[in-house]
Unconditional design. Structure first.
Length: 281
């Protein structure tokens, strides 16, 4: 059967319209999925649609940690919270409690990072993400990291916060995701804080069921996931773990995370923890 030129044009137009309709439906479904997830992950009334709107919303949160900067980071150095050391790299770590990759980075790098911190070789900029709450069903991420922020606020020794983070990422403690998630109680999380040296008064406040930093954590999520400088090359969205070194995204080398990290920072392994040696990068 021969198709005329006008019929071919008509079929082309119909095909283009069909593609356009499918594209619109995909966008609508994507927005619906995002908003559906935001019921679990966002405490704001409306999820901000732009980076600036999200940043404005974060700044307007009334109950927020005094230690945090306007991007949601909590700075740690050998001099304690909020005291940046000049002339050394700042390592920004964007972590989520349920993220398996975050646990891998923690287990691999935390001892090295701790040695570097103690020697004054780096600053550490911690960002606590909770956008995977929906993977637990009982707000595990919010509970775990509301506690982390509370510990930072009430316990002046950053070693206790870092110890708590290492404990909850330990292979024999971190829960699975979605169908593999097994509920972790606040008491179980509290024990990880106590084991890290957090005093009982602070641990009780961290797990008193009030979750006072929930709204701030969700607003920080909303802002962070819209920051394009945090995206991996070729990607259109945010993912954890994300590690920044002097505001440049570290491209993790899965073959040897530790060697790759030390190269990015500018230290040899035998220089880690030596306060007389400053990183070259």
């Amino acid at each position: 059967m021969t198709i005329s030129a006008s019929e071919r044009r008509q079929q082309t137009i119909i095909g283009m319209l069909t593609v356009a309709i499918i594209a619109v439906l995909l966008v609508v479904c994507g927005v619906a999925l995002y908003r559906g997830m935001s019921v679990n992950r966002s405490a704001t009334t409306d999820v901000p649609q732009s980076e600036q709107a999200a940043h404005d919303a974060l700044r307007k949160i009334k109950v927020k940690p005094s230690l945090a900067d306007d991007k949601g980071g909590i700075l740690v150095s050998k001099n304690g919270y909020g005291s940046k050391i000049d002339g050394v790299p700042t390592v920004g770590m964007y972590l989520e409690p349920l993220c398996p990759g975050c646990a891998l980075v923690s287990r691999t790098l935390d001892p090295t990072i701790k040695s570097m911190l103690d020697a004054g070789q780096i600053n550490l900029d911690l960002h606590f993400m909770t956008f995977q709450d929906y993977k637990s069903g009982d707000e595990y991420s919010t509970r775990a990291f509301n506690a982390a922020v509370t510990i930072a606020q009430q316990d002046p020794d950053p070693d206790h916060l870092l110890g708590y983070l290492m404990n909850i990422y330990a292979q024999d403690f971190q829960p699975g995701e979605l169908s593999e998630y097994r509920s972790v109680t606040d008491d179980q999380l509290k024990q990880q804080a106590l084991d890290a040296g957090v005093d009982k008064t602070t641990a009780d406040a961290a797990f008193d069921g009030r979750y006072r930093y929930r709204a701030w954590l969700k607003a920080a999520d909303d802002y962070t996931i819209l920051r394009p400088e945090l995206y991996a090359p070729g990607k259109n969205g945010f993912s954890t773990p994300t590690v920044m070194i002097n505001d440049r995204r570290w491209q993790m080398d899965g073959s040897d995370l530790k060697d790759s990290f030390l190269t990015a920072v500018g230290l040899g392994e035998n220089e880690v923890g030596n306060p007389t040696v400053k990183p070259k990068n």
